[in-house]
Design a protein. Structure first.
Length: 112
């Protein structure tokens, strides 16, 4: 196993951990938000497709589509639900989105 593939697997693991934590927060607070959960699923599917080599030759295109889809779904959620949840700013949402996008872009850069 090369150093590059170790970094790729570590990044994938971190991204998956962030998605699972995000989903756990939704479920534990009884705030199942469909668009947010679907956006987590988009990231899972993209990572699996990339790690299993299903997007060979189109890894960057797949990465941009997945990250763009993730951002689009979360933007739709914000347009629908607003920046505040019961008067409290959705800080954790922006933390999860920021960390996911940053790690995902770094992961995508390792694919090309």
């Amino acid at each position: 196993m090369t150093k590059s593939s170790n970094v790729t697997k570590l990044l994938a693991g971190l991204i998956i951990a962030v998605q699972l934590l995000d989903m756990a927060v939704h479920l534990s607070t009884n705030q199942v938000e469909t668009l947010r959960l679907i956006s987590n699923g988009v990231i899972f599917i993209w990572l699996l497709a990339t790690l299993f080599g299903w997007v060979k030759g189109k890894a960057m295109w797949a990465s941009l589509c997945a990250i763009g889809g993730y951002l689009l779904l979360n933007s739709l959620f914000l347009m629908e639900e607003g920046l505040y949840n019961d008067g409290v700013f959705r800080t954790m949402l922006f933390v999860f989105i920021g960390v996911t996008v940053a790690l995902s872009l770094f992961f995508a850069s390792k694919q090309s």
